[in-house]
Design a protein around this ligand. Structure first.
Ligand code: PLP
Length: 344
């Protein structure tokens, strides 16, 4: 199976498994796991923050950060396609009593002007705006990279308005590799942010949340409270260390493969795709012209050994470290066949 469904589908490599097998471990909950501690130090250093905490998932990073920044009845400003708004099972409402105002904007991004206009005036009728949250890269925005200048301008707005500022950095390192901007520079204006280890970095599990010492102490309290504190977690943290040392620069290959995929799809009848819009490892394309739905298209492709996801007539492909250039070309051939069969 050529798995283009998501970069969450990666299998840990032999070398990563070896690093895991040989990891030094201790009691993570007591702060005594050397591998977890090293991973957290590496991430804090990478992001230029005082401290970091290892968590089981990116979703948990988002939810803990939101819980720390916000109080019940308050509001978050985010893009309407944001993960926190659509894919975290209503976690912000359930755990923190917080609502999200979803903003429009191309590429999963919103402008500083839109954010400024969305901040609620101080009035007893209004939920009080507490947090601005962005996704780097923007997943449903097609993996688009938020430009540093926009990130800084939103940070200045948050500062000026006394709001917290949070980055869902599930694919921050894709943005770093694609743009040449350092992780530290992207991270600079944020009160909290995290990176996911289980996406393009190829780990089986884990994410690391970073911020000030005080923020991370509070995150630790919540990690304990919600059962996220672990024991010999160095086994999985070792995969993260391996990934930060070996799997960051190579994200450029995933970006080149995504571009190649989009360019190869461009001439297929019934497919609409904009290769120019592909900035990192995510490609969205539309198949309305083929008369198929995303469901029927993905089912037919799966039967030919290619896994993709979609909704309506929009299909998403995500490249990652288990996808080679040859896999991309094989997937394009399979798509061509499916479209021809549909036409017949
Ligand atoms: C933008 C974004 N944020 C958050 C998450 C959640 O990460 P996790 O699967 O580690 O909980 C994802 C996962 O797909 C994502 O794409």
């Amino acid at each position: 199976m050529i798995n283009l469904y998501s970069d969450t589908q990666t299998q840990p490599s032999k070398a990563m498994r070896l690093a895991m097998a040989e990891a030094e471990v201790g009691d993570e909950q007591r702060g005594e796991d050397p591998s977890v501690n090293r991973l957290c130090e590496m991430t804090a250093e990478l992001l230029g923050k005082e401290a970091a905490v290892f968590l089981p998932s990116g979703t948990m990073c988002n939810q803990l950060a939101i819980h720390i920044h916000c109080r019940p009845g308050e509001e978050i400003i985010a893009h309407r396609t944001a993960h926190i708004l659509n894919f975290e099972a209503g976690g912000t409402a359930a755990f923190s009593g917080v609502q999200i105002q979803g903003l429009d904007g191309a590429k999963g991004q919103f402008s500083v002007e839109a954010a400024r206009a969305a901040i609620r005036p101080k009035d007893r009728h209004n939920p009080q705006t507490r947090l601005i949250a962005i996704e780097q890269t923007a997943n449903l925005g097609g993996g688009a990279v938020w430009p540093l200048a926009d990130i800084q301008a939103l940070g200045a707005l948050a500062d000026q308005q006394g709001l917290a500022y949070h980055m869902d950095g599930a694919r921050l390192l894709n943005a770093v590799v694609a743009s040449g901007v350092t992780a530290k520079d992207f991270a600079g204006p944020f009160d909290s942010l995290w990176i996911d280890l289980s996406k393009g970095l190829g780990c089986p599990v884990g994410a690391v949340l970073a911020g000030s010492k005080e923020f991370i102490e509070e995150a630790w309290r919540l990690k304990q409270r919600t059962g996220g504190a672990m024991r010999q977690a160095g086994i999985i943290a070792a995969a993260g260390i391996y990934a930060l040392e070996h799997n960051v620069e190579r994200l450029a290959e995933d970006h080149a493969n995504a571009k190649l995929f989009a360019e190869s799809l461009r001439n297929l009848p019934g497919v609409k795709v904009d290769p120019q819009a592909v900035e990192t490892n995510i490609v969205f394309f539309d198949i309305a012209g083929s008369g198929m739905t995303a469901d029927s298209f993905c089912d037919a492709l799966k039967a030919k050994g290619v896994d993709l996801g979609g909704a309506g007539t929009s299909v998403r492909a995500v490249t990652h470290l288990d996808i080679s250039r040859d896999d991309v070309m094989t997937a394009v051939d399979a798509i061509r066949n499916v479209l021809q069969e549909a036409k017949r």
